[in-house]
Write a protein that binds this ligand. Structure first.
Ligand SMILES: O=c1ccn([C@@H]2O[C@H](COP(=O)(O)OP(=O)(O)O[C@H]3O[C@@H](CO)[C@H](O)[C@H]3O)[C@@H](O)[C@H]2O)c(=O)[nH]1
Ligand SMILES: [Mn+2]
Length: 365
C-alpha cells in the first residue's frame, strides 16, 4: 500500500541491522536515514533497501545557516527527513523497534514468529498506520466502540449522523510492547516494568485534548501537517532533550484541532527492545518535566485566529505566542520560537510545490 507515496524516516547513530526483521514490510519503500552524531562514522544498511542517507555535513550543506534549527545528538534530527521527503506520507521508526511480539501469557510463551494479533494474523505495523491515515477521524464526538471505520465496528446508536463523515486523518500514533515510553523518573521507579498489554483498538483523540506524542512508531500525512512536525531544538547545546516529539505533538494537535484534522492513537504496536539510560534521560528531561507544567496550559489555551488557514500560518502564529507567553519562563523559548520560524522558511524553500493553498473551511488542499 502507498508504496510510491510513503517514505520511512529513521534517525540513527548505529548500523541498521534491525531492518532485516522489517524487510518483508519495508523493502518496497524508500527509506530516508538521518545519521546523527559523527558524520565520519559509516552507517551500514543491509543490502536490498532503497534509501538516501543524510549526515550532519549534508544537513549543513543543504540548509546552510538554516541548519541551526535541526537538532544535533538527539533523535529530534529526524524531522530533517520529513523536510527533504517528496512523498505524501511519512512513517518514522526508531532503530531499536522491531516487529511486535505478542506475549501469550496464558501458556507462558512468547510467540517468536512474526508478530501475531489476537486473531492470529501477522501484524504489519506499516499497513495499520496506512489504514489509520486513509480512514477518517472522529474528533468531535466520541465513538464508544472506538474506531468506527475498523473492520467489524461502526458508529454506535446515538452517534449523530451529521458527524459520521468524520475529518481527514493527519496523524497515526502507534504504541509499543516491551519497553514502554516512560519518562526517566517513572523508569527509575519501575525499571523492570514491561508493557505486555496488547489493546486491540484505535482511538481518535478528541478535539481540545492534547496527548504525549512519541516519535518511535509514528506516521503522518506530510501534505496535511508536515510543517507542524518540527521536533524542536534538543540535544547538543540545548537545556532539554527527549521533548522533541512531545513539542511536535502539542503544536500539531492544536493545529489539527484548528484546521479540523484528526489524530489517532493505538494500533499498531511495535516491539521496543532497548531501554535508554534513565540517568542520562533524567539529565535531558529535567527542565522539560518542570517547564511542561506551564507549557501544557499554554497549548491548552492557545487560540489560532480564523485567518490562520494553512499549517504554515498556524505555525508562525504559534511561534509568536511561544515568544510572548513562554519566553518569560526561560530564554530557551525565544530561541525555540526563532527556530520554529527558521524551520518554516526552510520547509517552504525545500517544498515550493507544497506552498499553502487555503480552502474556505481552513483545510489545505
Ligand atoms: O543522539 C541520538 C540518540 C539516538 N538517536 C536515534 O534515535 C532513536 C531513539 O534512540 P533510543 O532508542 O536510544 O532512545 P529512546 O529513549 O528509546 O528514544 C525515544 O524517546 C524519545 C527521545 O526523544 C523518542 O520519542 C524516542 O526516540 C534511535 O533510532 C537512535 O538511533 C539519534 O538519532 N541521536
Ligand atoms: Mn528506544
Amino acid at each position: 500500500m502507498l508504496k510510491d507515496e510513503l517514505d520511512i524516516v529513521i534517525p540513527t547513530i548505529r548500523n541498521l541491522d534491525f531492518l532485516e526483521m522489517w524487510r518483508p514490510f519495508f523493502e518496497p519503500y524508500h527509506l530516508i536515514i538521518v545519521q546523527d552524531g559523527d558524520p565520519a562514522k559509516t552507517i551500514k544498511v543491509p543490502e536490498g533497501f532503497d534509501y538516501e542517507l543524510y549526515n550532519r555535513n549534508d544537513i549543513n550543506e543543504i540548509l546552510g545557516p538554516k541548519a541551526s534549527c535541526i537538532s544535533f545528538k538527539d533523535s529530534a534530527c529526524r524531522c530533517f527527513g520529513y523536510m527533504v521527503s517528496k512523498k505524501k506520507y511519512i512513517f518514522t521508526i526508531d532503530d531499536d523497534c522491531f516487529v511486535s511480539f505478542l506475549l501469550s501469557l496464558s501458556i507462558g510463551w512468547v510467540d517468536r514468529s512474526v508478530a501475531k494479533d489476537p486473531s492470529g494474523k501477522d501484524i504489519n505495523a506499516l499497513e495499520q498506520h496506512i489504514k489509520n491515515l486513509l480512514s477518517p477521524s472522529t474528533p468531535f464526538f466520541f465513538n464508544t466502540l472506538y474506531d468506527p471505520f475498523a473492520e467489524g465496528a461502526d458508529f454506535v446508536r446515538g452517534y449523530p449522523f451529521s458527524l459520521r463523515e468524520g475529518v481527514p486523518t493527519a496523524v497515526s500514533h502507534g504504541l509499543w510492547l516491551n519497553i514502554p515510553d516512560y519518562d526517566a523518573p517513572t523508569q527509575l521507579v519501575k525499571p523492570l516494568e514491561r508493557n505486555t498489554r496488547y489493546v486491540n483498538a484505535v482511538f481518535t483523540i478528541p478535539k481540545g485534548t492534547l496527548f504525549p506524542m512519541c516519535g518511535m512508531n509514528l506516521a503522518f500525512d506530510r501534505e496535511l501537517v508536515g510543517p507542524a512536525m518540527y521536533f524542536g531544538l534538543m540535544g547538543d547545546g540545548q537545556p532539554i532533550g527527549r521533548y522533541d516529539d512531545m513539542w511536535a505533538g502539542w503544536c500539531t494537535k492544536v493545529i489539527c484541532d484548528h484546521l479540523r484534522l484528526g489524530v489517532k492513537t493505538g494500533l499498531p504496536y511495535i516491539w521496543h527492545s532497548k531501554a535508554s539510560n534513565p540517568f542520562v534521560n533524567l539529565k535531558k528531561e529535567y527542565n522539560g518535566i518542570f517547564w511542561q507544567e506551564e507549557v501544557i496550559p499554554f497549548f491548552q489555551q492557545a487560540v489560532l485566529p480564523r485567518d490562520c488557514t494553512t499549517v504554515q500560518k498556524c505555525y508562525i502564529e504559534l511561534s509568536k505566542q511561544v515568544r510572548e507567553k513562554l519566553g518569560k519562563i526561560d530564554p530557551y523559548f525565544n530561541k525555540l520560537a526563532d527556530a520554529m520560524l527558521t524551520w518554516i522558511e526552510a520547509w517552504d524553500e525545500l517544498n515550493p510545490s507544497l506552498a499553502p493553498t487555503a480552502v474556505p473551511n481552513g483545510r489545505q488542499k
